[in-house]
Design a protein around this ligand. Structure first.
Ligand SMILES: Nc1ncnc2c1ncn2[C@@H]1O[C@H](COP(=O)(O)OP(=O)(O)OP(=O)(O)O)[C@@H](O)[C@H]1O
Length: 307
């Protein structure tokens, strides 16, 4: 079945006079891990809360598993597991008691899920330990186990990597990939840890000031990140003038040392000839690749971006 897991059209959320989500449209397809990227306050949590039914849109439509309408959505949301901000765990209860509590709340009869889920998130030996004695990473993993009660088809995780140490991050990555590959869970997660997201997600969405600025797959990211032209010269300011005059549509990023990464440039030779013809001595002209982090900055702009 090829039905989308989530389809959003023209979604807007207004708080007071502020539009925190602005005409957001996106589709989440089954079997993928979507990484939602955006700076603080971009609207990531708000978007996730609306999909999860914890908040309502001011405008726009939301479809889950092919159905829309609030009444139907309420039913379909049983197929969603979500952890938005800190996992809601009861510190004085053990891990197993927490799972039991949520299992009963969700009306799942089979108590074997408690042990199964503890094993799945790597907490098999910590089931009888009180959550107040858990490390942060253990709480995050137990939080994920809670979201998996009821065998969800869509998992929404807001900053699940926050506060994890390097080992915890790798464990979380393996867990998420395993859930997607083995259990066919679609995952929608947000994170500021872009190097990690690069290794975990299959698809990306960049949200900027409440708007979806770009969506792309990992393959597209690799393709786009493969080439940019790094140009250095002995006259950085003159070089920028030449680019502004002759390559007005080229995207570029100025690095702190005055060198420039050019994206979507005509071709290497044209750029070299252009600079030469305008009396700029080029000291470096090389094609390189970039990271997700650099790509993100080139899309949303940073203080070093001038065009
Ligand atoms: N209940 C609320 N009332 C008023 N404004 C809100 C409310 N919730 C969020 N906002 C505002 O909406 C904007 C988006 O917030 P949101 O938490 O969705 O951003 P975010 O991308 O998740 O940021 P972060 O990376 O810091 O978690 C922010 O400007 C925030 O102040």
């Amino acid at each position: 079945m090829n039905e989308s897991v989530c389809k959003i059209t023209g979604l807007t959320k207004v708080y007071g006079r502020k539009k925190v989500l602005n005409a957001v449209s996106l589709t989440l397809e089954p079997g993928k891990i979507y990484g939602l990227i955006g700076q603080n306050g971009a609207g990531k949590t708000t978007l996730m809360r609306i999909i999860a039914g914890l908040s309502y849109a001011s405008e726009g439509t939301l479809e889950l598993f092919g159905v829309s309408g609030e009444k139907n959505l309420e039913h379909e949301r049983q197929r969603i597991g979500c952890m938005i901000e800190e996992p809601a765990l009861v510190p004085r209860m053990t891990a197993k008691e927490n799972l039991r509590f949520y299992r009963l709340m969700r009306g799942v009869r089979d108590e074997r899920v408690e042990d199964d889920l503890l094993a799945l998130v790597g907490l098999r030996d910590a089931g009888d330990k009180k959550v107040q004695d858990f490390s942060f990473g253990m709480k995050q993993r137990l939080g994920i186990a809670v979201t998996l009660i009821g065998d969800p088809d869509l998992l929404i995780l807001d900053e699940p990597l926050n506060g994890l140490d390097p080992v915890g991050i790798v464990e979380m990555r393996n867990l998420l990939i395993n859930l997607c590959v083995e259990r066919h869970v679609t995952i929608f997660l947000s994170s500021h840890n872009l190097p990690e997201l690069y290794q975990t997600a299959t698809d990306y969405l960049i949200i900027h000031y409440g708007r979806i600025k770009q969506t792309f797959t990992l393959a597209e990211l690799r393709e786009r990140c493969r080439h940019y032209l790094h140009v250095n010269s002995d006259q950085p300011e003159r070089m920028m003038q030449v680019f502004a005059e002759h390559l007005p549509t080229a995207r570029c990023r100025v690095l702190p040392d005055g060198s420039v990464n050019l994206y979507e440039y005509p071709d290497q030779e044209t750029v070299a000839k252009l600079l030469f013809a305008n009396g700029v001595v080029v000291t470096d002209l090389s094609v390189s690749g970039e990271s997700l982090e650099e790509y993100y900055v080139s899309i949303v702009g940073g203080k070093n971006n001038v065009c």
